[in-house]
Ligand binder design. Structure first.
Ligand SMILES: [Cu+2]
Length: 253
């Protein structure tokens, strides 16, 4: 970090750092009151400069994703590509459960080669499937006995559905990137410490396109505050349908 020279020679003969600039350096008897005030203000300036330099070099990069209308986009997937040893890549267990006739979460990001289970927590049966090129599978009607996990060995976006409930949908983003995660309710994601240099970054959201294959692409480096605006061109998800039993219940009330 470049050292700064203090201009106040009598009290700060050395290069500027937090201690030389501290007012304690001036003994009250050595400094005229006016000099002490000057030293105090100099100390504040030095501290402010130091904090600015530290924060500029140390804070993590952050990505904020919003729609063209300015709304924060939750569950946008952010991938960052950089070199790390393959052995350090985590591979925790994953699952997408079903509750209240909905998938939870609705967007899951996993490293390529991950296994994902689909436990059913409802009292009605579900039939989970995908026709996506990255993974085609079919878990026939089940209730309490969770089928064996499905392995996702190819990078890409996998759209999930339920054969019984058309409104149920979710996405698994299978990623080759060393880092991939989803944004929070504010559309924000704080990245881990990145290696030096510019890195390729991709952003995906289910609302961008009905093909689910369109990614925003750019670059990012440590300390960047990247703001990404996505146009949402996909059709809105279908609204939940009411079963005949539910309809009879509604009619009776
Ligand atoms: Cu279902």
């Amino acid at each position: 970090m470049p050292k700064q020279q203090c201009s106040h020679k009598p009290c700060s003969p050395k290069p500027c750092s937090p201690k030389p600039c501290s007012p304690k350096l001036c003994h009250p008897k050595q400094c005229h009151p006016k000099q002490r005030r000057t030293n105090n203000s100099l100390a504040h300036v030095c501290h402010a400069l130091l904090l600015m330099l530290l924060s500029a070099s140390a804070h993590a990069a952050q990505v904020t994703v919003t729609s063209a209308a300015g709304l924060p986009l939750e569950e946008a997937v952010v991938e960052v590509y950089y070199d790390i040893p393959a052995t350090t890549r985590p591979s925790p267990e994953h699952n997408i459960y079903q509750r209240d006739a909905a998938f939870h979460p609705t967007v899951l990001t996993v490293p390529t080669g991950s296994d994902v289970a689909f436990p059913n927590q409802d009292n009605t049966r579900h039939h989970v499937y995908s026709f996506s090129p990255a993974k085609t599978f079919d878990l026939n009607l089940y209730l309490r006995e969770t089928p064996p996990p499905v392995r996702f060995g190819q990078a890409g976006v996998v759209a999930l559905g339920c054969n019984i409930h058309d409104h149920m949908r979710a996405f698994i983003v299978v990623s080759d990137a060393p880092y991939a995660a989803t944004t929070d309710a504010q559309g924000e994601l704080a990245l881990p410490s990145l290696p030096a240099g510019q890195h390729r970054v991709r952003v995906w959201h289910p609302g961008v396109d009905d093909s689910h294959q369109v990614w925003w692409e750019g670059t990012i480096s440590q300390g960047d505050l990247l703001e990404v605006t996505l146009e949402l061109n996909a059709l809105p998800p279908p609204t939940p349908t009411v079963s005949p039993l539910q309809q009879r219940f509604k009619d009776a009330t």
